[in-house]
Design a protein around this ligand. Structure first.
Ligand code: C5P
Length: 395
């Protein structure tokens, strides 16, 4: 995604400026051409030399003395940018951009560009919450700037509040999302489920399974980076991925409700979640005491979400199996009248629950089978979406 993309990285004068070095390093290693632009106050916090060394490129520090051998003017940099990322962005640069000021190199580039601009703010919590800053951010948002909100945490001024620069991974997700906006899933709406449901027995205990949610999250992130509008329904307690709607659920019936609500106008539903097949028939309001716990707990079936939710969209299931993988998967494909099933041998080393890799076979309604080698879950996700893109018309 980042290869040969020109990322203009604007750094402004916040103590979080040092974190921009890590961002610049990651972007450069990922193949992007990173053009760093630093405001005067940013240079008090971090040296241009640091960025120059990490990006292997000259760093633009002011309007009037561009570095030697650097021929592009601020307008040319504005034009060359595939994306502009301002991280960290202070209240000052946010105010300048909101009002169209161009009194330094960074604000001039922003005013002169047609590229998307990502603003990752970082400042004291009172400065952030000040109505002036909030109004300026709202103005930028309205104009199409992508705002990456700061996090709540311990701030350099010793306050605890909202103002800490977002995690670098969140900023990278925002960049990938912006670069993928015109991807092959642009305009498509997908719903993905992830994680293992928990079926309550009492307020303390539940029936659960070993699903980590990693496959579902990889699917959701991959779709977002190909331009799709993604709703992630998660039974895993993982942090909220950037740039998608996330509905956190616990039980199979909550997941069913969330799926039903979300599939309106969808192009594909991918059920990567490991939904519990059984739940306790009775759920106790209070913790069941050890001496009163009956040995034979009565179970009942949970709703089969894939079988219940049908419509004008591709329906894709996962079959996590420990034996007779392909036969079981083919049977599920037929029983649930799916368009595709992802057969997943959870006994293979490096495949299945909790790992970052997976070994799967894609089996489609027409009987075509694609046996994929062990690969990163993120790559499996892209192969599933490749199939979706190629088969979108059969829904
Ligand atoms: O029937 P089984 O659980 O083996 O099928 C697995 C596939 O069906 C997965 O895609 C899973 O998300 C989905 N499923 C479902 N509702 C259930 C159980 C599984 O949608 N109650």
């Amino acid at each position: 995604m980042l290869t040969n993309k020109t990322v203009v990285l604007g750094i402004t004068g916040s103590i979080a400026a040092y974190k921009a070095a890590e961002l610049a390093s990651f972007l450069t290693k990922s193949g992007a051409d990173v053009e760093t632009v630093m405001t005067e106050s940013a240079q008090k916090f971090i040296l241009p030399l640091t960025l120059r060394s990490l990006t292997h490129r000259p760093v633009v520090c002011d309007m009037w003395s561009p570095p030697e051998n650097f021929s592009i003017t601020h307008v040319a940099l504005a034009q060359a940018a595939d994306v502009i990322v301002i991280a960290p962005a202070t209240a000052n640069i946010i105010a300048k951009m909101a009002y169209g000021l161009a009194d330094d190199i960074l604000s001039s580039i922003v005013l002169a560009t047609k590229a998307p601009v990502i603003v990752a703010s970082a400042m004291n919590n009172n400065m952030y919450e000040n109505p002036a800053t909030q109004e300026n951010l709202a103005r930028l948002k309205e104009r199409g700037f992508l705002i990456v909100e700061p996090e709540i945490g311990h701030l350099a001024c010793d306050a605890i509040g909202k103002g800490r620069l977002a995690d670098i991974n969140t900023i990278i997700s925002a960049i990938n999302m912006v670069l993928g906006r015109a991807g092959d899933m642009a305009g498509k709406k997908v719903v993905v489920t992830a994680g293992g449901t928990r079926e309550p027995i009492d307020p303390v205990r539940f029936i659960g399974n070993r699903s980590s949610g990693k496959m579902g999250y990889a699917l959701a992130e991959a779709a977002r980076e190909r331009g799709a509008d993604v709703t992630l329904i998660s039974a895993a307690q993982l942090s909220k991925p950037f740039g998608m709607s996330v509905i956190y659920v616990e039980s199979a019936s909550q997941m069913l409700d969330a799926v039903k609500q979300s599939v309106y106008n969808a192009d594909a539903l991918v059920m990567a979640a490991a939904v519990a097949d059984f739940r306790s028939k009775i759920t106790s309001e209070n913790k069941i005491k050890k001496d009163s716990l009956v040995l034979n707990m009565e179970l009942e079936r949970t709703p089969d979400i894939l079988s219940e939710v049908k419509g004008d969209f591709l329906r894709i299931g996962f079959a996590a199996e420990t034996e007779h993988l392909l036969d079981n998967a083919r049977k599920k494909l037929a029983d649930k009248t799916l368009d595709l099933i992802v057969a997943n041998d959870v006994t293979t080393q490096g495949s299945g629950f909790g790992t970052d890799t997976n070994k799967v076979t894609l089996i489609s309604r027409g009987g075509k089978e694609i046996d994929l080698p062990l690969m990163a879950k993120r790559d499996v996700a892209d192969r599933v979406w490749d199939w979706v893109v190629a088969n979108i018309d059969i829904a």
